[in-house]
Design a protein around this ligand. Structure first.
Ligand SMILES: [Zn+2]
Length: 256
């Protein structure tokens, strides 16, 4: 019973962090006037269900506006679901499925949640707006490095930094080879971040996934005869999918 209540609490926090990341990205890239509220894109009526109940608000409204029946965008709900999945992953693998009990564990959890929310903002910014807010990048990087520095052994820290550097180097080569068309400068930044998160030698698996997805994406693009994803996509899309696939792989091997 207690485990169920803690799970609901943890996953609820994840959903709200996902919602915060989505709202912040929207506020940052599109409109500084509509920060935390979810307005219908057609009639601009404010939907309290959607704002205060992440995921369920969308389900209860059946994905439509309550006053004009306009279909609501799915992106905010996706961000909330990804928030739930990410925090579930961090909670299970990072904290051993318990709540933090002392000050150091609270600091560990806080840094992990901050970095997770930052990663969500960066993912949404890259995938939807093809732009990376640099201040958020630096804060996320600082939280990640700080967490590994405080809570991991020196060798783990050294290997994580090394993985970040190698990952950034690989992205730089891809950028030059693709003549800046496929891999953009901000993908180097994302590559460094993901290298640090996954660490050494795990980032080889993530990079391999990214290549496989990129090849698959290239084939789909070629088959469709046009760029999917509004033509805005660059390599960051495949990096984030690769990170997710790597996490799924870890979950499967933990279950087996
Ligand atoms: Zn409406």
């Amino acid at each position: 019973m207690e485990l169920i209540l803690i799970s609901i609490l943890v996953l609820g926090v994840g959903a709200y962090l996902g919602a915060v990341a989505d709202r912040f990205s929207y506020w940052f890239h599109v409109s500084r006037g509509m920060m935390w509220r979810k307005h219908c894109i057609k009639c601009f009526s404010f939907d309290a269900w959607m704002t205060y109940m992440p995921v369920f608000g969308y389900v209860l409204r059946r994905g439509t506006c309550s006053s004009c029946n306009e279909k609501l965008p799915i992106a905010p709900v996706l961000a909330e679901v990804v928030g739930v999945l990410s925090i579930g992953f961090i909670w299970f693998f990072g904290w051993g499925a318990v709540l933090p009990t002392n000050a150091m564990e609270v600091l560990n959890a806080a840094l992990a949640l901050f970095a997770m929310t930052g990663m969500l903002v960066l993912a949404i910014s890259d995938l939807v707006y093809d732009e990376v807010p640099f201040a958020i990048y630096l804060l996320t990087l600082a939280a990640l490095i700080g967490r590994i520095m405080i809570f991991s052994e020196a060798s783990v820290f050294a290997f994580s930094m090394f993985a970040g550097i190698v990952s950034g180097f690989v992205m730089s080569i891809l950028m030059i080879v693709s003549k800046w068309r496929w891999v953009h400068a901000h993908d180097i930044l994302l590559g460094i971040l993901i290298g640090i998160i996954v660490g050494w030698p795990g980032f080889f698996i993530t990079l391999a996934f990214a290549y496989i997805f990129a090849i698959f994406g290239g084939i789909v693009d070629w088959g469709w005869g046009k760029r999917m994803w509004k033509g805005a996509s660059s390599y960051g899309l495949y990096l984030f999918f690769a990170l997710a696939a790597h996490a799924v792989l870890q979950v499967i091997s933990a279950l087996a």
